[in-house]
Design a protein. Structure first.
Length: 325
């Protein structure tokens, strides 16, 4: 079979791109290749804990069938008014910082979010999709007839990569060199599932001056304390960090869950940061695709200041489909 489109990656970008293409023409033959055993990409729920994407950075009602009333609560990760230790830490300006290479439009100041279960989006957009799971992308060639042959097996007219930036740095594509304009910082996510509500925590984000490059979020409905640890040094120990958190907050009864986003082979990185070398021209080159055959979509296109959000991923899928059709 010759497909009209093959999409690499069944995260939000890949699923939503499939949705848009099928909506434009239900007769399109489309296939998604996904390296993991399930759709969703960095959307990862482990029991009660959401170790992956947890927040919408603004209101995207049009992508949700019914906007739940409880989602109208906004959580603000606000650095304004915090002491300099916290501000410098979260802006990655302390020892070993990357602030000297970070694009100035991407400065971390505030995070205004809506708590959301992203698995609802996955269920919506993964429904009835033609997805081959446990099928990682290996290579492609363009044959004499102008078709793209993927993994020496799957044939398509057009190829769309919907993968993390760090993955795009490693695989051979026409865009590979351009992705060197992003830095891949590590994120370690911990969740402490408590047996009961702990009144010392208010629902929402908070920061602690004794914890550099670390943000906390408490979910008072599920009694879960989330800890995001950004770009730690090579000698960092998760075990030592857990002990420090438990001592600081006097936690003695909890279920711990964790994920290291950079070393996990299924996610290949956690926080892509645009460097100062990234320009509008480079973004446009990637967005326009290669010879009307090969494209990339994801949350790190469009406006630099909006990169890395679910909303950005959705909008960029819409833009890429406009180029394609």
């Amino acid at each position: 079979m010759i497909y009209d489109f093959i999409i690499i990656g069944a995260g939000i970008s890949g699923l939503y791109t499939y949705y848009l293409l099928h909506k434009h023409n239900p007769n399109y033959k489309i296939l998604i290749l996904e390296s993991r055993f399930q759709a969703g990409g960095r959307i990862m729920n482990d029991g009660k804990s959401e170790l992956g994407a947890k927040f919408l950075h603004n209101n995207i009602n049009k992508f949700i069938d019914k906007y739940k009333e409880e989602l109208n609560t906004y959580y603000v990760g606000n650095l304004e008014g915090k002491n300099k230790t916290i501000q410098d830490s979260m802006k990655l300006e302390d020892s070993g910082s990357i602030s000297n290479i970070m694009h100035p439009k991407y400065a971390y100041n505030n995070e205004i979010n809506i708590k959301y279960d992203f698995s609802l989006l996955v269920k919506k957009y993964a429904n009835h999709k033609n997805i081959l799971f446990n099928t990682p992308f290996i290579s492609y060639v363009i044959n004499k007839e102008g078709f793209i042959v993927i993994n020496k097996k799957y044939i398509t007219k057009k190829l769309i990569f919907a993968l993390p930036v760090n993955t795009m740095k490693e695989i051979k594509t026409p865009f590979k060199k351009y992705f060197n304009n992003w830095y891949q910082a590590n994120i370690i996510t911990l969740s402490f599932e408590l047996n009961k509500n702990d009144n010392q925590f208010k629902s929402g984000f908070f920061f602690e001056k004794n914890f550099k490059r670390t943000s906390f979020f408490y979910d008072n409905k599920k009694y879960i304390l989330y800890v995001n640890i950004f770009d730690r040094n090579k000698n960092f120990s998760i075990d030592n960090m857990v002990k420090k958190i438990c001592n600081n907050f006097m936690l003695d009864s909890y279920k711990l869950k964790k994920i290291n986003w950079k070393t996990n082979k299924n996610f290949n990185g956690g926080w892509s940061i645009p460097k100062k070398t990234l320009s509008t021209k480079i973004i446009q080159i990637i967005e326009q695709g290669y010879k009307n055959k090969i494209y990339f979509t994801g949350d790190y296109l469009g406006k630099i200041e909006n990169m890395g959000t679910a909303t950005s991923a959705i909008k960029n899928s819409e833009n890429i489909v406009k180029y394609i059709i």
